[in-house]
Design a protein around this ligand. Sequence first.
Ligand code: CMX
Length: 437
Amino acid sequence: MSTLKEVLKQKIDAHRPRTTRLVKECGDTTLGEVTIAQAIGGARGIKCLVTDISYLDPMEGIRFRGMTIPETFAALPKVPGSDYPYVEGFWYLLLTGDVPTMEQTLEVVEDWKQRSQVPEYVIDVLRAMPRDSHPMAMFSAAIVAMQRDSVFASNYAAGKFNKMTCWEDMLEDSNDLMAKLGPIAAYIYRMKYKGDTHIAPDPELDMGGQFAHLIGQCDEYKDVARMYFILHSDHESGNVSAHTTHLVASALSDAYYSYAAGINGLAGPLHGLANQEVLAWTQNFMEKLGGKVPTKDELKAALWDTLNSGQVIPGYGHAVLRKTDPRYTSQREFCLNTPGLKEDPLFQLVAMIYEVAPDVLLEHGKAKNPWPNVDAQSGVIQWYYGLTEYDFYTVLFGVGRALGCLANITWDRALGYAIERPKSVTTAMLEDAAGIK
Ligand code: CMX
């Protein structure tokens, strides 16, 4: 048994009595009421999901297993010669809650390397799709195609389902997926945008470094990939991709079905697709001005034009956050610390939007949060490194988001979380409850 699995097993065994006790002894304790506005308004703020993997404080932003983003980056073992940690060590942290040693991290690195070969039939599926399919549709199709290899599904079909141990199969499938998602994403990238030329993997590289290598990027980009995957990994359980993955898994669907569903949700413009929209908006605007960085007044006018035409300002606002997203700040710091990037006109424009947009949104008076989210900054870094195919950006998000979603559904299985089935009511019932009938 791998160290990761052994430690995870200990953590699960220790955790189970807490969940059992809460349900048995305190099951009737209320966590709040549900208002009509919440029922109609996307269940915003209703506390009905449980996860210990990350927590999103509206003012402070995300904590992974209790650690802020800077604390996480500082604590995890770093790839030699790099400023950023191994993605594999971060996976260990998300699953177990423990910061792994270098040795424990390298065990995951080796494990993923052994699992990283993309099956030939997945390549066939990708190649059979129209080349102008959105890369998220391709990514989703590749994931669901691999369902035939699910250890969980095959054991279930063979009558080997055991409530206490089925998390082990979920972990097995999740490790397989984590090892293959980067290479699959890289294959889609090279097939669609780089003349269908492909690069052989470098057996020496970790997951993040390998991804940079497989898409044909420079050495510096290896840290971008590691940072990007970790920053996009998890944002507690209520966001569309995490919640969808959890919901589908709650029907005892395997990791492939569950994460493909999550990816489909991530592809929506109000969620993961916002990063591509930010760049499209910013560049259209720059093009209109003949490529020059605008004045603040020109920028303000353009933001108002967007709002007045009934569109949202992409990359701004959030359902939970009420301050600047620390994932935005982390990427902004990366830009400020990278010579060349700091002077890049696109970064300067994004930095200017940060100065101007919050006041415009406040004056507009609708968005509860006028501050930038993760998507407002991420495209600029990609563009700077020559990854200019912005419909691919959400795929990058999807590789990273798998870390959180898959760690969560492994724990869902371990704790025996029930099939999700909230109750719906009719509009007439709402009118009745409100006394306006
Ligand atoms: N620009 C213009 N209007 C905005 C806005 C923005 N950036 N953010 C919110 N609003 C509007 C909403 O559309 C809503 O208007 P209506 O009442 O007319 O429907 C109103 O303000 C209230 O919305 P809210 O409660 O502040 O925000 P929600 O929780 O409903 O939505 C989000 C959150 C992210 C979908 C929204 O802020 C948005 O559309 N932002 C732009 C898209 C974006 O950046 N998405 C990425 C989010 C990050 C992620 O993927 O997790």
